[in-house]
Design a protein around this ligand. Structure first.
Ligand code: PAF
Length: 289
């Protein structure tokens, strides 16, 4: 596996890969890899095919963290990440310093205007501007045929799909299913920062989603389902519920009344200083066509 620290190095590595005409698939990450990330690499390999190339990036992007967020304490272990990527057969990794990615006088940002303001965008103002900008830069640096992102960051995936569509980027975006621990907790690099007590309490998110999935086909209204999920989460004293939303699974628009189409339940819950998200797409009994 080639380790590239500079834009020039990853560009020339990918140019050599492309000489054979085989596809290049990018898997952007912020490192501290877990089984969820490795499942993205495997999807990337499937899309690339035996002759194609899988390129990962590891970059804890400062512009997507707010001033009081966990940029400094975000877990990092590059040597271990490289070993895991090698074991997965990843062809190259782009692992730059922030100074390599951002020039000090940068003036250009990328923003999905409406999507970036709602849901997580309300809790973390500027977050999706940072994500859209860095993903655009990673796309421009690596020029992949396809890129893989996890569905755990449901709104992020919607932001990236919208950006690719609106800006005619011509890159196929592949969404990867959420990977879970045995007790249901969605895998996240942040899970290691949970105290043992919070780690024991955190599967409440998955339990609340399981209940909601079972209730969705009963004709329940979106607002009653939302109240039920919130009450389940609030019954866990260690959980600080930041938001519970039920939105159209495709457009992320608000919905009211009984569920008529697939809906996504989006949770944001803090345990101490650790901010966790999770989601589930649920279906009414008989979907309208
Ligand atoms: O999902 C992530 O890890 C990050 O938001 C991403 C897409 C790599 C951009 O920094």
């Amino acid at each position: 596996m080639q380790v590239c620290r500079s834009k020039a190095a990853i560009r020339s590595t990918i140019a050599a890969f492309r000489a054979s005409g085989a596809p290049v698939v990018l898997v952007p990450t912020m490192g501290f890899l877990h089984e969820g990330h490795l499942s993205l690499m495997r999807l990337g390999r499937e899309r690339a095919g035996a002759d194609g190339r899988v390129v990962a990036s590891i970059f804890v992007n400062p512009t997507q963290f707010g001033p009081n967020e966990d940029f400094d304490s975000y877990p990092r272990d590059e040597a271990r990440d490289f070993d895991l990527l090698r074991a997965e057969g990843v062809d190259a990794v782009f692992a730059p310093e922030a100074t390599e990615v951002y020039s000090p006088n940068a003036q250009t940002i990328v923003e999905t205007t409406e999507l970036a303001k709602t849901l997580i965008g309300k809790l973390r103002p500027g977050h999706f501007r940072g994500v859209a900008t860095v993903v655009t830069k990673l796309f421009n640096i690596t020029r992949p045929d396809a890129a893989v992102f996890g569905q755990k960051d449901y709104q992020q995936l919607a932001v990236i799909r919208t950006m690719v569509r609106d800006l005619d980027m011509g890159i196929e975006i592949i969404g990867a299913p959420i990977k879970r621990e045995a007790d249901g907790l969605a895998m996240s690099s942040r899970n290691v920062r949970l105290t043992p007590q919070d780690r024991a309490a955190a599967p409440i998110l998955a339990r609340a989603l399981d209940e909601a999935e079972a209730m969705a086909p009963t004709g329940i209204t979106a607002s009653r389902l939302r109240s039920h999920v919130r009450a389940t989460l609030e019954a866990e004293p260690r959980a600080r519920v930041q938001s519970v939303d039920i939105r159209d699974a495709t457009t992320l628009e608000t919905i009211s009344g009984p569920l008529a189409r697939p809906a996504v339940i989006l949770l944001a819950v803090s345990f101490g200083k650790v901010f966790l998200i999770d989601n589930r797409v649920v279906h009414p009994a008989q979907e309208e066509t």
